[in-house]
Design a protein around this ligand. Structure first.
Ligand SMILES: Nc1ncnc2c1ncn2[C@@H]1O[C@H](COP(=O)(O)OP(=O)(O)OP(=O)(O)O)[C@@H](O)[C@H]1O
Ligand SMILES: O=C(O)c1ccc[n+]([C@@H]2O[C@H](COP(=O)([O-])O)[C@@H](O)[C@H]2O)c1
Length: 215
């Protein structure tokens, strides 16, 4: 593969139903650790889970409010414009066509990474991008055998070698562990609670944003 020197573009995909401070904090720290541009990439129809409670438009409105006031984390809504399941390999191929040899980094929480071998055309993901694994509380570092075999020769410890290639390496990013999940946030909101310090403060300025999660 050709050598590169440009600032990496990192993609952080998720259902974001809703986005929470766990997502934002690890994405922010990944941007710092990699000195990368980080885009949050909401999935339209997530391939492996029940449909989100909030519509795509509602999740985007929440994301926009959550990202307001900073410019390091941005929003990329391309998966919402495509029909059918949001397969990550298709998104990475689109981005590769746009970005040339720029290093692309697929950011995954440790739980999502452990399940990677069930993804559509999963081995091709390593040809399309680097993978940055974000530590997440309560998730073991053990991987299924097939995934461990694929990853073993790709692991790197320093970000410099990641900047030198467009794709193909795997790096663990030791971000501050925050035990926050969208599942817990949905439970709290459905119970009429206001998880003010688990969500970006701006979401409470407009009560309409959280209506999809109220019972
Ligand atoms: N607190 C967290 N720390 C590290 N990674 C996280 C955290 N929360 C979510 N992620 C990662 O963010 C990505 C998108 O996650 P997702 O939108 O499914 O959030 P979630 O909180 O896991 O949601 P749910 O509880 O609905 O499954 C995944 O790669 C997931 O591993
Ligand atoms: O491409 C796939 O087969 C695939 C399977 C499962 C999840 N993903 C992506 O992984 C990201 C996190 O998914 P989730 O379900 O944890 O929100 C999101 O961008 C999904 O589109 C992708």
């Amino acid at each position: 593969m050709p050598q590169t020197t440009s600032k990496p573009l990192a993609l952080f995909g998720g259902t974001f139903d809703p986005v929470h401070l766990g997502h934002l904090s690890v994405a922010w720290e990944a941007a710092e650790l990699l000195d990368a541009e980080v885009r949050l990439l909401p999935a339209s129809v997530p391939p492996h889970r029940v449909p989100p409670l909030a519509s795509a438009a509602q999740r985007v409105a929440i994301l926009r409010a959550a990202l307001h006031g900073q410019s390091r984390l941005t929003l990329d809504t391309r998966e919402l414009d495509r029909d059918g399941p949001s397969f990550t390999i298709d998104t990475l191929h689109e981005l590769r066509a746009e970005q040339g040899e720029r290093p692309l980094v697929l950011l995954l929480g440790a739980d999502a990474f452990a399940g990677l071998a069930s993804w559509h055309r999963w081995r091709e993901l390593f040809e399309a991008a680097h993978v940055g694994v974000l530590s997440r509380p309560g998730v073991s570092a053990d991987l299924p055998d097939a995934l461990e075999r694929e990853v073993a020769g790709r692991r790197i410890a320093d970000t410099a070698s990641l900047r030198a290639l467009p794709a193909g390496k795997v790096i663990e990013l030791a971000v501050t562990p925050l035990e926050i999940s969208a599942t817990r946030i949905r439970e709290l909101l459905a119970a009429g609670r206001d998880p003010r310090y688990l969500l970006p403060a701006g979401l409470f300025d407009d009560p309409a944003l959280l209506v999809p999660y109220r019972r």
